[in-house]
Write a protein that binds this ligand. Structure first.
Ligand code: AMP
Ligand code: GLY
Length: 427
């Protein structure tokens, strides 16, 4: 199989690493990829949202399957673009069409979908500029803290959680007046749920699904989950509190109603579904859907998948996923993200990274790197995801932290306490 993988982060490096191990792979290309993905295939200088350039490449390289890493091309309709073009329509696309990608692309769409299928989620109201007064009144009837969510994609910044009613009302006004551009022309106001979060993933062909290992990511920049939100500073898998009883509830109340709900509404879905969940006293609620894998969750989930990932993708493409075998590694996995100093605010790029070859006990997935001749330099806020296996999460984390001691770049930063809330580990 000839495969084109779209994206350039740690998620895509982990996917490229896994795809490269497939017995049915003939050639792997990554667009645009990074300094890590080039070790598993050929990087090509095409942006994931440049559909005409992707089309040209797919035809000239006789690509059989396109695996979409990030959400943007999906929300913009890359899968529909392929289906609408006769020459491309036989090419498999891993990632849903535009309609289902709205589960991530519009919080209001996701909330309405969950309401139709009785999927547990926070109570909410959706408001626009025209219903601002109703929005203020709705907020005044809720209890603090107040959760405001821009309806559209806002690069992970579109959720505000505020303690003060007046401030929440003012922010609702700001958002509806364009604080996040078109993304906040609609705002979802939500009941605050108190609990512990985890991420659950499935891959589906639209009929059946396979559950992948769950993970927990650490979104805040600072230790103890403090400071600004980031793309994710680390992750662990499995998640100790997601035991069999909890996962049964997740399956019955959330996963099955979602997959069946999509099918019953004739909304095709081929790809990953990411359920961002919160456990409130052991009861799962959906905080968000994503139409792709998580990052950095992929860097712990994919290493725990033993089966051939292209066999699963082929099952998705041909609607035979139910016949495919999926097996997991019993070992635990942990990843710690090394980031550029200053991130998620302003940071410098272009710093040379030293010591990558000295890492023996971990896998280093590149998140934001670029090749500079033989050197590897930083090219983003999140730079490297250092993943390790262990017989338990403590050992996996210890190994990642030991490996990080070998890696150096100017002004690097990382969280010292990944896993702090689910493992007993000296920090
Ligand atoms: P989202 O972009 O929807 O994942 O929201 C970002 C983060 O905000 C989540 O990971 C949660 O930590 C938090 N959050 C979102 N919605 C709620 C809610 N209803 N109750 C409590 N926390 C929430
Ligand atoms: N780690 C959360 C995300 O990928 O959205």
């Amino acid at each position: 199989m000839r495969v084109l993988l779209l994206g350039s982060g740690g998620r895509e490096h982990a996917l490229a690493w896994k795809i490269a191990q497939s017995s049915i792979l003939e050639a792997l290309f990554i667009a645009p990829g990074n300094a890590g993905t080039r070790n598993h295939g050929q990087n090509v200088a095409i942006q994931p949202t440049d559909f005409p350039a992707i089309e040209k490449f797919v035809l000239s390289e006789k690509i059989d399957m396109v695996v979409v890493g990030p959400e943007d091309p999906l929300v913009l309709g890359i899968h529909d673009y392929f289906l609408a073009n006769e020459a491309l329509s036989k090419v498999g696309v891993i990632g849903p069409q535009k309609e289902a990608a709205q589960l991530e692309g519009s919080k209001d769409y996701a909330k309405e979908f969950m309401a139709r299928h009785n999927i547990p989620t926070a109570k909410y109201g959706t408001f626009t500029k025209d219903t601002l007064a109703e929005g203020h009144a709705f907020l005044s009837k809720m209890k603090a803290p107040y959760v405001l969510k821009a309806d559209g994609l806002a690069a992970g910044k579109g959720v505000l959680i505020l303690d003060d009613l007046k401030e929440a009302q003012a922010e609702l006004t700001n958002m509806l007046k364009g604080k996040f551009g078109a993304a906040s022309s609609k705002v979802v106001v939500e009941q605050f749920l108190k609990g512990i979060e985890c991420s659950v993933f499935v891959i589906t062909d639209g009929d059946s699904y396979k559950l992948l290992p769950e993970a927990k990511d650490y979104k805040r920049i600072g230790e103890g989950d403090s400071g600004l939100n980031t793309g994710g500073m680390g992750a662990v898998s499995p998640v100790p509190f997601a035991d069999a009883g909890f996962m049964d509830k997740v399956k019955n109340q959330i996963i099955i109603p979602t997959v069946k709900g999509l099918k019953s509404e004739n909304i095709p879905y081929k790809g990953f579904i990411f359920f961002g969940l919160i456990s409130v006293k052991g009861e799962p609620y959906v905080i968000e859907y994503n139409c792709r894998m998580g990052d950095p969750e992929t860097e712990v989930v994919i290493p725990r998948l033993k089966s051939d990932i292209l066999d699963l993708f082929e099952g998705v493409q041909s609607n035979t996923l139910s016949e495919r075998d999926v097996q997991f590694d019993d070992r635990c996995a942990a990843t710690v993200m090394m980031v550029s100093g200053g991130y998620p605010n302003d940071y410098e790029k272009g710093k040379q990274i030293y010591g990558l070859n000295a890492v023996a006990d971990s896998m280093v997935f590149h998140a934001g790197t670029k090749a500079d001749g033989p050197a590897v330099i930083s090219a983003g806020g999140r730079v490297l995801a250092v993943t390790s296996y262990g017989k338990n999460l403590e050992t996996a984390l210890d190994k990642s932290y030991a490996s990080i001691n070998n890696i150096e770049f100017e002004k690097s930063n990382y969280r010292k306490d990944i896993g702090f809330d689910v493992v007993d580990r000296e920090i």
